[in-house]
Design a protein around this ligand. Structure first.
Ligand SMILES: [Zn+2]
Ligand SMILES: [Zn+2]
Ligand SMILES: [Zn+2]
Ligand SMILES: [Zn+2]
Ligand SMILES: [Zn+2]
Ligand SMILES: [Zn+2]
Ligand SMILES: [Zn+2]
Ligand SMILES: [Zn+2]
Length: 292
């Protein structure tokens, strides 16, 4: 691995960190000389073992699967194919992605002026002030009503967009004046929901339009999904395909290819594969009934 400290490198959508799965921005990185394996400098120095506020046992870093297996992070409930921290106790299948594992209390988050603390009721219906959902673990402000879910608290501070030469910054505002429109989908983009912004060009993008719907999924890999191999590809072809599952245009940043079919999201993939699995089971069942 070679240390690359030249942070003004050209932006390449295919470069992302294999540990945290986030795209490479103007970060200091380690890159492999023989293949496209890249790690952020901080991600290359992740501790082998760690304790995290969401879980009582020690966790160990898992680096082996290199993009080809999916797991669900128990803090943000998002799927990831990056590095993971796994609980050391055999009976617990507790896994965290490396971004959520790095959250420590009190959290000083750039989009809020007060420190944040973990809510110890994961089942509470508290709504995240950024994404307005109540999903996974959440952090609370001790001084006001601000709430951030782990998914929003771990969004990268800066990202690049292929049609902008500058770095885009994450912005969140509680009070918004005026209307903004997303550069990608042309729909309204409200900084109340968190957005990425280039302040030089006045360009604004939805989080989903820049990072994709499945934020922690790296493309350019084949994953072993139960029963099938799934290729994860950047959705950059000129003609967009129709999702085999929901029958809508594949409009997200990445697509999932199973045999010759394209599937638009992880949600559709899960649905599609469970049906496929069910049909297979029914087939085997009726087959065995027939011959018994
Ligand atoms: Zn990283
Ligand atoms: Zn545990
Ligand atoms: Zn997570
Ligand atoms: Zn959120
Ligand atoms: Zn506050
Ligand atoms: Zn958009
Ligand atoms: Zn710009
Ligand atoms: Zn779909």
């Amino acid at each position: 691995m070679r240390l690359d400290e030249k942070t003004d490198r050209a932006f390449d959508e295919n470069n992302y960190c294999q540990a945290c799965t986030l795209p490479i921005c103007d970060d200091i990185i380690y890159s492999c000389i023989q293949c496209d394996f890249i790690l952020h400098k901080e991600c290359a120095q992740l501790p082998r073992k760690k304790h995290q506020v969401t879980h009582p046992h020690s966790l160990s870093l898992q680096v082996g699967h290199q993009g080809c297996a999916l797991f669900e992070c128990k803090a943000c409930l998002r799927s990831s194919n990056g590095f993971a921290y796994l609980c050391d106790e055999e009976d617990y299948e507790y896994m965290l992605d490396v971004c959520c594992a790095s959250i420590a209390e009190p959290l000083d988050h750039r989009c809020h002026q007060h420190p944040l603390f973990l809510t110890f009721e994961p089942r509470s219906k508290q709504i995240c002030s950024v994404c307005h959902k109540s999903r996974g673990h959440r952090l609370n402000c001790g001084e006001c009503g601000f709430v951030a879910c782990f998914g929003c608290a771990t969004l990268p501070n800066k990202l690049r967009y292929k049609h902008d030469e500058h770095v885009l910054l994450f912005s969140y505002e509680e009070e918004v004046n005026g209307q903004y429109f997303c550069e990608v989908c042309e729909k309204e983009a409200n900084p109340k929901n968190g957005v990425y912004m280039c302040h030089d060009c006045n360009v604004i993008l939805h989080i989903k339009c820049l990072l994709g719907k499945d934020v922690n999924i790296m493309h350019g890999v084949v994953i072993e999904y139960p029963e099938v191999d799934v290729s994860i590809l950047l959705n950059d072809r000129l003609s967009r395909n129709i999702c085999k599952c929901c029958d809508k245009l594949c409009k997200h940043k990445i697509v999932y290819e199973v045999s010759d079919f394209e599937i638009c999201s992880l949600k559709c993939l899960e649905f599609c594969c469970s049906i496929f699995y069910y049909v297979c089971l029914m087939f085997i069942f009726s087959f065995s009934m027939f011959y018994s």
